[in-house]
Design a protein around this ligand. Structure first.
Ligand code: APR
Length: 239
């Protein structure tokens, strides 16, 4: 793997997508066997779909919630947790598009889940957010106000979360690493070129060439579980 500038003073921003969880058995969205080849996203992942048929939306998310306890973080998740632990406070920011909890379970402390979390639900009435993977049934309601609960997920057409913190980390980093994302969904896909325009060096690890590959200085094609651990170990050897 070609050398990537990394030192004790490096500030790193990492963006991960579904590809980093693929080796743990979690489906990606696009490409062969992706979720969007089996489900119509306009029927299960938009606020309009939830208004139209909340049962169908809950059925989709209940399946994915039920899978979470059956999968484990893989070597790529663990490599990032090791890197965070070895870097000075504030020098490592992990931004993920993933709604699974595998980064958190691998031990990464500061994970910005910009598209929400499967392990959380939100009340459409009082806004209470509850962390639970219990089977809540086909159409769960809030214990305190009785309104319907929805998955704490950012659907298409909704504003991602933590954009303020993310914007600071992306503009401030020396190195931006994108892992396992197709670079097709904005604003996430635009952060790589934003980092580059602010002077950062950019690195990408992906099975296929992502749509934003032109903004990547160092692109490594392959599986995250195979390519990320040696890259991280090489960086750790410089700390
Ligand atoms: N290692 C590295 N990359 C992989 C691996 C792997 N083992 N397996 C698949 N990939 C790559 C694929 O080549 C693909 O480019 O991961 C990428 C996954 O792309 P998508 O399925 O489009 O997932 P993602 O980029 O995370 O999607 C962005 O779209 O559907 C919405 O909200 C959803 O957060 C999601 C967003």
């Amino acid at each position: 793997m070609e050398a990537v500038p990394f030192s004790t003073s490096t500030r790193l921003a990492v963006m991960t997508g579904a590809g980093i969880s693929a080796e743990s058995g979690v489906s990606t969205f696009r490409g062969k066997g992706g979720l969007w080849s089996k489900y119509n996203l306009y029927e299960v992942a938009t606020p309009e779909a939830f208004a139209r048929d909340p049962r169908m939306v809950w059925e989709f998310y209940n399946l994915r919630r039920a899978q979470l306890p059956t999968v484990e973080p893989n070597a790529a998740h663990h490599a990032l947790a090791r890197l965070e632990a070895a870097m000075p406070d504030g020098a490592f920011t992990l931004i993920t598009q993933n709604v699974d909890d595998l980064h958190d379970r691998a031990g990464t402390k500061h994970v910005l889940h910009m598209h929400g979390e499967l392990a959380k639900v939100r009340c459409t009435g009082c806004g209470t957010i509850t962390e639970t993977l219990d089977d809540l049934g086909p159409l769960p309601h809030c214990d305190s106000c009785g309104a319907m609960l929805r998955p704490h997920i950012v659907w298409f057409g909704e504003m991602p979360m933590f954009l303020d913190k993310i914007d600071v980390a992306v503009r401030d980093c020396h190195l931006f690493l994108a892992v396992g994302t197709s670079g097709t969904v904005y604003p996430a896909a635009g952060m790589l070129s934003l980092a580059k325009s602010c002077g950062a060096r950019t690195v990408g690890i992906n099975l296929d060439e992502p749509d934003n590959v032109d903004s990547i200085d160092h692109f490594f094609q392959g599986k995250a579980g195979e390519l990320l651990p040696p890259l991280v170990d090489e960086w750790l050897s410089r700390l």
